[in-house]
Write a protein that binds this ligand. Structure first.
Ligand code: BG6
Length: 481
């Protein structure tokens, strides 16, 4: 099957996040991070949403899967070699903030933590794999959450600046592609992961979420400034969660609700980070929560910084689409990545209830490019499924191949539409711990890792059927799907 020709330098690769695969949660001076206190299992988000959740460890009661991940910390050479065998042109990973600044507010970085990333980057470059780094991916140092209350506190801007300056200074001559915050807009629905706000420290107060966003916008602009001063060629992007949102029907009431939902869920953060200023609908969005612009603590100097240092490209995750409907009280609902919604009768769902919609990716690419005219990088996409290892240590994951094939076709169609797409890094290219449920059994990888939900297993790596398939997709630059 042939689709439109992908650009010659298209960045094929895969994506992970430190907290979900590294393990070694206290090794070489690493401090505790937020995901280190998130228990495993489907009750993860329920536990976090209880008013008495106080971010402390309770090992008698819970298992903490992020403590061991897939032990990538000790397997990274083997893992990068497997990525190289697939032909990866790039590899998106994050730097665990608490490996570098164990408490977040330390004066000096932890040299042993930096050494791990020196080695990881060197390993990528050995195979000509371009590193793509997310500076902050759902892994705040726990101390910044407990002592400072997370991103609603302006002091975090300085701590982030110090962290970003440290890693940008150290790696700018080896790493060209960066992102400032993973899925910054996900806080609209679930502010714990990106802002460190749980019920117990103010997540129920929308004012905190908008304040935290503002602080993150300033921090992001500072990272862009630092990066561009080090090297004007660095490409520093934002990263948003994008769920293409359809109106349930042609009822103008639902259409209007869909327009508003798009502004709030998909565009608000990117509008600020890409255009360099708050969008015109900001006051009306705040008013929805009985807030006014003056309720947010901001200065002219901060707005200037945001204006001067917009991002260079838009990274985004795309797993599923959503449906907006406000006219009926009872509608069938579905689950989703940190947000659920109305069921779309035209779509099938994954084992975890996420609606599968390849055409929605083409629409997302067109909507984002029409709005911003900046290069787009699909830095997450994929199918979380219950893979079964057979007696030959093989997984025939045709369902995953089907999912990815259809989404790559959709990218090809968007290229035909004239959209500028830089690359594609499917999520969890090697099995890792799920962010929303803490399960290992929700697998996305081309590589199976033998570890279960309780952390038991050999940690051996096995190639799934999709490994060879993706290898030939990359080798043919997207021509053979
Ligand atoms: C995105 C996150 O929301 O989706 C990842 O950036 C996450 O960290 C991914 O792992 C898939 O979600 P989940 O909950 O299936 O791991």
């Amino acid at each position: 099957m042939t689709v439109q020709q992908f650009p010659k330098d298209f960045l094929w690769g895969g994506a992970t996040a430190a907290n979900q695969l590294e393990g070694a949660y206290q090794e070489d001076g690493k401090g505790l991070s937020l995901p280190d206190v998130l228990p495993g299992g489907k009750e993860r988000m329920t536990v976090v949403n209880q008013p008495d959740f106080d971010f402390s460890l309770n090992e008698d009661k819970y298992f903490y899967p992020n403590h061991i991940g897939i032990d990538h910390y000790h397997h990274f050479k083997e893992d990068i070699a497997l990525f190289a065998e697939m032909g990866f042109k790039c590899y998106r990973f994050s730097i665990a903030w608490s490996r570098i600044f164990p408490n977040g507010d330390d004066q000096e970085p932890n040299e042993a933590g930096l050494k791990f990333y020196d080695d990881l980057i060197a390993e990528c470059l050995k195979y000509n794999i371009e590193p793509v780094i997310t500076i902050s991916h759902y892994e705040l140092p726990l101390n910044l959450v407990k002592k400072y209350g997370g991103w609603k506190n302006k002091q975090l801007i300085d701590f982030y600046e110090q962290f970003a300056r440290t890693v940008l200074t150290r790696y700018h001559d080896q790493v060209k592609y960066w992102m400032t915050f993973n899925e910054i807009n996900s806080a609209a629905h679930f502010p714990i992961m990106s802002q460190g706000l749980a019920v117990s420290n103010g997540a129920t107060d929308k004012k905190n979420i908008f304040q935290a966003w503002h602080n993150q916008f300033v921090a992001s602009a500072k990272a862009v400034k630092i990066g561009h001063e080090l090297d004007a060629n660095l490409q520093i992007g934002c990263m948003i969660l994008y769920a293409t949102t359809y109106s349930y029907d042609a009822n103008p009431v639902n259409q209007t609700a869909t327009m508003k939902a798009n502004q709030e869920n998909n565009f608000f953060c990117a509008d600020v980070q890409v255009r360099g200023h708050y969008p015109a609908y900001t006051a009306s969005l705040l008013a929805k929560y009985n807030l006014q612009p003056q309720d947010i603590d901001y200065t002219d100097a901060e707005l200037d910084l945001i204006a001067q240092y917009p991002v260079d490209y838009i990274g985004f995750s795309y797993y599923m689409s959503a449906v907006e409907e406000v006219t009926q009280a009872n509608h069938e609902s579905v689950k989703g990545n940190l947000m659920g919604g109305v069921r779309n009768p035209f779509l099938k769902t994954s084992d975890w209830g996420w609606q599968i919609d390849p055409a929605g990716l083409r629409i997302a690419l067109n909507q984002l490019y029409d709005r911003y005219q900046k290069p787009l990088f699909i830095v997450e996409n994929g199918l979380g499924a219950k893979d079964q290892l057979d007696e030959n240590n093989y997984v025939a994951d045709d369902y995953r191949i089907d999912y990815l094939r259809q989404h790559i076709q959709a990218i090809g169609e968007a290229l035909d539409d004239g959209v500028d797409v830089m690359g594609y890094t499917p999520w969890g290219c090697i099995d890792l711990v799920s962010a929303s449920t803490g399960e290992m059994s929700k697998r996305y990888g081309f590589i199976y890792v033998d570890v279960d939900d309780a952390g038991h297993g050999t940690f051996n790596r096995y190639k799934k059927k999709s490994f060879a398939w993706y290898q030939q997709v990359i080798a043919s630059n997207g021509a053979n799907l």
